[in-house]
Design a binder for this molecule. Structure first.
Ligand code: OVM
Length: 413
């Protein structure tokens, strides 16, 4: 073998374009994940497009550049994976998602079915049940007074109402949590956090695979709807199972951490809580501000399909770009008083659900759960206080708490 051939076999090191600012921040370190907002500011201020030295990848952290990347799926694709792993060169930890990790035209077919099943019309039928559960749960917790806001409310509510809505068995639902943790860690680097999570995963994968099968789903849930779409010829039956897997992957950790983040935000901002308690109708707008201020989903990737120019930087094909949606949501170029938590703000252009053709397909049910829980709390609870230090849960893609010791005090009627 001659010298050139050996050089060709050597692993290629990705190189930044010559005119791109280089940033030496590890966005997955505990330091950054503990309080990311100063780091996001550094990323935004370094330039509209930067190079992350640690991971040899580009990153966008301003609202405008994030929008640009997410609204051009032809150039910035999802089929190479939306994590740091490039599916063209590295093996994904599980069979790729047929809605998240694909491009049009494949994406369009699965997305269409998924969106119809989660349509406002379908969700309207769930509202009453969701409200009844929220009311009962909140009243029980007021009775209790002091509790863990994560396990007893933020986890308990979606594990009941969302998992019921999909139609999975009641026994074993705790498996959804380590599984979801893995799904979201896997969008980041294969760091210790990823490895430890993977090592603990065994029985949870089995449970999820079981729960995605038609015979284990109720006859009236989203899962049954997906299999009905397969009967109608819109999907194969295997695809229906994979889309149930998508619901179980994407639908729990996200809403769970959002409810926890809402509790933490309001415990820390009693003036904002007062505004919502005086007008529980603000719950929907308030959950939007929670999503802007403490975005549950902090970041993911796109991959260039061809050489292109972004923010005056020439990019090669096959380049990963970290899209920091949580930073876009704090960008002072887009938001007034970006760092203040203000429930009177209209936060609807936030990027917490992404945007474009891959914008969160479950965002309406996520908002519904958040709104209903906040409204039940705002109707009955006067004060939310932290009793101790909340514990953050570290994950490569989502942000939230593993425990939130709180006390709630009932309103005097
Ligand atoms: C999926 C999936 C998993 C996690 C998140 C997500 C944000 C989708 O399995 O399709 O969307």
């Amino acid at each position: 073998m001659n010298q050139t051939a050996v050089a060709d076999l050597a692993p290629q090191r990705a190189m930044p374009a010559p005119n791109v600012p280089i940033v030496n921040i590890d966005p997955y370190s505990e330091e950054v994940l503990t309080d990311p907002y100063g780091y996001y500011e550094q990323l935004r201020d370094a330039g509209p497009l930067v190079w992350l030295k640690e991971y040899e990848t580009y990153a966008v952290a301003r609202h405008e550049a994030v929008t640009r990347v997410l609204t051009d799926p032809k150039t910035y694709c999802s089929s190479a994976g939306v994590g740091l792993t490039n599916f063209h060169t590295e093996k994904p930890w599980r069979k790729p998602s047929i809605i998240l990790e694909v491009d049009p035209p494949e994406h369009s077919r699965t997305r269409k079915v998924f969106v119809r099943i989660l349509s406002p019309r379908a969700l309207n039928k769930l509202r009453e049940r969701f409200e009844r559960e929220a009311e009962a749960m909140v009243l029980r917790l007021i009775e209790k007074g002091e509790y863990d806001g994560v396990t007893e409310l933020a986890e308990a509510y979606p594990l009941k109402v969302f998992a019921d809505a999909v139609g999975v068995p009641p026994d074993g639902r705790q498996h959804l949590l380590p599984y979801g943790d893995m799904v979201f860690n896997a969008f980041g680097p294969m760091n210790e956090r990823f490895k430890q999570c993977f090592a603990k995963l065994g029985p949870s994968i089995e449970w999820i695979n079981m729960a995605c099968q038609r015979e284990n789903l109720t006859k009236d849930g989203f899962g049954a709807d997906l299999y009905a779409a397969a009967d109608a010829g819109e999907l194969t039956h295997e695809e229906a199972g994979l889309l149930v897997r998508t619901m179980l992957s994407a639908g729990l950790d996200t809403t769970i951490y959002t409810i926890g983040n809402a509790l933490a935000c309001f415990a820390r901002h009693p003036d904002q809580w007062k505004i919502v308690t005086e007008n529980p109708g603000l719950a929907r707008q308030a959950i939007e501000e929670v999503l802007r201020y403490e975005s549950t989903f902090h970041s993911f990737y796109r991959t260039t399909t061809q050489p292109t120019t972004l923010e005056n930087v020439a990019l090669d094909a096959e380049q990963k770009i970290l899209v920091v949606v949580a930073s876009a949501n704090r960008d002072p170029r887009h938001w007034q008083n970006a760092d203040s938590f203000d429930v009177t703000r209209k936060a609807t252009s936030n990027m917490a659900f992404g945007t474009g053709i891959h914008g969160c397909a479950g965002q309406m049910i996520a908002r519904l759960e958040g709104e209903i829980i906040l409204k039940a709390l705002a109707t009955h609870v006067d004060k939310i206080e932290l009793l101790g230090k909340p514990h953050l849960h570290f994950n490569n893609t989502v942000r939230g708490y593993s425990s939130l010791p709180i006390r709630v005090t009932a309103k005097k009627h």
